[in-house]
Design a protein around this ligand. Structure first.
Ligand code: SAM
Length: 269
């Protein structure tokens, strides 16, 4: 197949930026070409232009989604950046709220949402928070959302979870499912998943007490980052906790935030 031409690369980046805010500069051309190339060959298409024609066609949500999945990374695991979960536990323990509503706003396969569910279930069992806690996970990708609802994971993804916590909240696979775990039904009932594009206006979802927006801003350009962060913070109650990825730095959003730790903030009341 011929190399990805500059004008075709621009068609791809314009399409992805307009639809979901993904931002790729010239240096990302080899990445775009190596991620999409094998897919184009598998589909038997002659070149990158034919693929851009396909994903630009109205109604071709399926292949467009596939392209998004190929161009972003869904990497995630349980209790990623554990300092955030420790901080959340300390903050909740200090206030003993009767209810806690959490939003995992780029939930990928659900690891972040279920990690939070494990923490809240344990805190509730210890009488440190009330009964009324719930979690919403959203992502743009259908594929990851389906997997999140099934909640079946290779054990390796739970490497940061203690064996006791795994025993309390998960079922271990046997036979052909050896090495896999499924989050138990009780936790799955507390966690809902839905599709949501962070680059489009959000219909009222909150207010939430805690919002995770971790490891997704990296895909957006500076202006889109600010827009997304302000939009998401509109769903967080004043005084609520907001987490972004530890390495993502502070976003110059318009919503006033107090910094608590790297990647951890409180929305100023
Ligand atoms: C690296 S994962 C982050 C998962 C989790 N928050 C964590 O930190 O482990 C990034 C996720 O962002 C999602 N994503 C990318 N662009 C998005 C958009 N415009 N709206 C919603 N989700 C998006 C991707 O589908 C992917 O699942």
């Amino acid at each position: 197949m011929q190399a990805l031409r500059d004008d075709t690369f621009r068609r791809i980046t314009d399409l992805m930026h307009g639809a979901i805010g993904l931002s790729f500069n010239e240096s990302k051309k080899p990445l775009v070409s190596s991620r999409l190339g094998p897919r184009i060959q598998r589909l038997g298409l002659p070149d990158y232009d034919a693929y851009v024609d396909l994903i630009s066609r109205p109604g071709d949500g399926g292949e467009f989604q596939m392209a998004v999945d190929l161009l972003t990374t869904n990497e995630t695991y349980f209790f990623r950046e554990p300092a955030h979960f420790d901080l959340l536990e300390r903050e909740l323990a200090a206030t003993k709220p009767a209810s806690v509503a959490v939003w995992s706003a780029a939930s990928s396969f659900g690891d972040e949402a279920y990690s939070t569910a494990m923490l809240l279930a344990d805190m509730h069992a210890q009488g440190r928070i009330g009964t009324d806690w719930s979690i919403l996970g959203t992502d743009i990708s259908d594929r990851v959302l389906h997997a999140a609802i099934e909640a079946i994971y290779p054990e390796e993804r739970l490497r940061n979870v203690t064996p006791q916590r795994i025993r309390r909240h998960c079922l271990r696979g046997e036979g052909s499912a050896q090495g896999m775990v499924q989050v138990g039904a009780e936790l799955r009932r507390r966690v809902r998943f839905g599709q949501l594009n962070l680059c489009r206006p959000i219909e009222k979802l909150g207010p939430f007490d805690v919002v995770f927006l971790r490891n997704v801003l990296i895909y957006f350009d500076a202006a889109t980052k600010v827009e997304v962060v302000d939009r998401v913070l509109g769903e967080l109650r004043p005084g609520g906790l907001f987490f972004i990825g530890i390495a993502e730095g502070r976003v110059p959003c318009r919503t006033p935030l107090q910094t608590l730790a790297p990647g951890a903030f409180r929305k100023v009341a």
